[in-house]
Every structure is written in structure tokens, then in C-alpha cells.
Design a protein around this ligand. Structure first.
Ligand SMILES: C[S@@+](CC[C@H](N)C(=O)[O-])C[C@H]1O[C@@H](n2cnc3c(N)ncnc32)[C@H](O)[C@@H]1O
Length: 300
């Protein structure tokens, strides 16, 4: 797309809205239950395939590159499109008032964070081993997607999820009640603001998504979350990516501000953790343009 100041405004609007429809076609193809390969995803819907042919590298190239992680990738796109559509329609509510579809889509999108925790961050620090018991705190648990994936994947782990919003917690509890396994014995959801958390040295791992906390409460949230960790416990934070593209940074910050969330980039979060005496502070990329996770070991 060109950004010439002389572009026709009507053409620019057409270009922008078409880009979001191309993103929708990509998510739709990645999620398509009728297809078990990129070629099949193109074959089952020729009209959608024609949209995807306009992607750089062509339709099959784009699908091939994303296929291994197709569900989390698609869920991430759906969640962002949902938030963007709510913003476009003038949503002024808080995050939790956005409607069950938006909440559930965000929950699905955050499954990717749970996967990165399990497959890369846990092993990098020697935490979250399926063979060992551990207590995990999921701050901003929402509909409980991260809590549920962690508890399902780690049979000896107990997870406490806290949130300040009623509706996502209701959905999280309904899902827990519908589980036929032992999750309800190992997962608890609680209505609590992280800045009121007072559970010293109670958790081995604390997860906290900073893009959903206003910048003004981050320091207090870090103080409370750090105190809740046992000595040498693992803190993992979601942070905003540092995009070189001004549009990506501005767009992420706008959606975050509408959702009442924060804008601190990973580098600033790394600085704050280091100042607090955390060690082994490391960054883990997720998806392009998606959150950067920061892991750090609490002082012992
Ligand atoms: C978008 S959700 C994260 C998604 C979640 N992993 C899921 O499965 O749905 C972020 C959550 O943080 C919660 N939150 C915001 N400020 C908070 C605070 N001060 N303490 C606890 N939770 C908070 C919001 O209510 C929101 O539900």
C-alpha cells in the first residue's frame, strides 16, 4: 500500500478496509475445519482463495508459513479484528463489556501465550515441568484460557486465576464446571485486583499480561506480583512489541487504551525488572506484531 499524501482519500479508505478483509480471509482459511492442508484450504473456497492470492508470496506461500501454528495465529487475527470492529463502532465500554464473543476470542488468542509458556519459557528456566507440582498465578485470567491450558498440560499444577471483571470470570467458571476431568480441583478463579493481591511467597510462577493493565498501576502490580512469588520464582509478563512501523505501534497503543490497558514496551519492562533485582531477564517473541513475553527470576 502507498502512503502518498496525494493519494485519493476514497481509494485509501477502500485500500484500508480491503486489507482488513484480506486478514479475515487469512484467519478463515487457517481455521477452516474442512481443510487439513494449505492446498485443501484454498480448494474448498475458491472465492476466498482468490482474495488470498493477493497476499505477498501468494496464497499457498502465506498459508504454508503459518500452517504449523494455524489456530493460535487465526485466533489472534480474529481477536484483533473483533476489537477493531468494536472500536470502529464507537465502543466506549471497558474491556469486559465488549461482549462474550470478544472475550472468548481473546481467550482463544491467549492460548498462544500458554503454549509459549509451556514449550519455551518453562523449559528455558526449568519451570512448568509436567513431572513436578507447582502453583501458578494467572493475573487477568479473563475467561480462563491460559489457566485451563496450563492445568490440562501439567497434571500436578494448581492454578489461581484473578480478574477484576465479572463476566469473563462467569464464563471461566462455567467452563470449569463443564470439565469432565479434575480441573475443578486444581483451578480456582477469584475476583481480585492485582494491586490488592496479598499472598506472600505463594506461587512458583506468576503470569501477568501488562498490555491489559493501565500504565499507572504497573509498578504496584509488579510489587504485588513479585511479593506473591516464592524466592527465585518465575515471573512472566506480556508486553507490547517494539514495532519499527509507526502504524503498528500507534494501532496497538490505541486498542490498548480503549481496553483500559497499557503501552509499556518490552525494553522498558526489562529495565524495571532489572532495577527490582530480578535476574536472567529474557525476551520471548510470540507472533509478528503480537506481544513479547518477558521472563525473569525473582530475587532469592
Ligand atoms: C484480555 S484478558 C486476558 C485474556 C485471558 N488470558 C483469557 O483467557 O481470557 C485481560 C484481563 O485482565 C483483567 N484485568 C485488568 N486489570 C486488572 C487488574 N488490575 N487486576 C486483575 N485483572 C485485571 C481484565 O479484566 C481482563 O479480563
Amino acid at each position: 500500500m502507498t502512503h502518498s499524501p496525494h493519494s485519493d482519500p476514497a481509494a485509501t479508505v477502500g485500500e484500508l478496509t480491503t486489507s482488513s478483509i484480506v486478514a479475515a480471509a487469512l484467519a478463515s482459511a487457517l481455521r477452516d475445519g474442512r481443510a487439513d492442508s494449505p492446498a485443501e484450504a484454498l480448494r474448498v473456497d475458491p472465492a476466498r482463495a482468490a482474495v488470498l492470492e493477493t497476499l505477498p508470496g501468494g496464497a499457498e506461500g502465506a498459508l504454508n508459513a503459518l500452517w504449523a501454528e494455524r489456530l493460535p495465529r487465526a485466533n489472534n487475527i480474529v481477536s484483533l479484528l473483533n476489537q477493531a470492529a468494536a472500536a470502529a463502532a464507537g465502543a466506549t465500554q471497558t474491556w469486559s463489556d465488549l461482549g462474550d464473543d470478544v472475550l472468548v476470542a481473546q481467550g482463544r488468542s491467549s492460548v498462544l501465550m500458554a503454549r509459549v509458556l509451556l514449550s519455551r519459557i518453562g523449559p528455558a528456566y526449568g519451570f512448568l515441568d509436567p513431572g513436578f507440582p507447582a502453583r501458578v498465578l494467572d493475573v487477568g485470567t479473563g475467561v480462563g484460557a491460559i489457566a485451563a491450558v496450563l492445568a490440562e498440560s501439567l497434571p500436578q499444577v494448581e492454578v489461581v486465576g484473578i480478574d477484576i471483571a465479572d463476566r469473563p470470570l462467569e464464563i471461566a467458571r462455567e467452563r470449569l464446571a463443564a470439565d469432565s476431568g479434575d480441573l475443578s480441583a486444581r483451578v480456582r478463579y477469584r475476583h481480585q485486583d492485582v494491586t490488592d493481591l496479598d499472598e506472600p511467597e505463594s506461587y512458583d510462577v506468576v503470569w501477568m499480561p501488562l498490555p491489559f493493565l493501565p500504565d499507572g498501576i504497573v509498578d504496584e502490580a509488579l510489587t504485588r506480583a513479585s511479593a506473591a512469588l516464592r524466592p527465585a520464582g518465575l515471573l512472566v509478563l506480556g508486553t507490547q512489541p517494539e514495532a519499527e512501523d509507526r502504524r503498528i505501534t500507534a494501532a496497538g497503543a490505541w486498542l490498548a487504551s480503549l481496553a483500559g490497558g497499557g503501552t509499556l514496551p518490552a525494553s522498558e519492562v526489562v529495565r524495571r525488572l532489572t532495577r527490582r533485582g530480578f535476574s536472567d531477564v529474557r525476551r520471548f517473541d510470540t507472533v509478528l506484531g503480537g506481544p513479547v513475553l518477558v521472563g525473569a527470576v525473582a530475587p532469592s
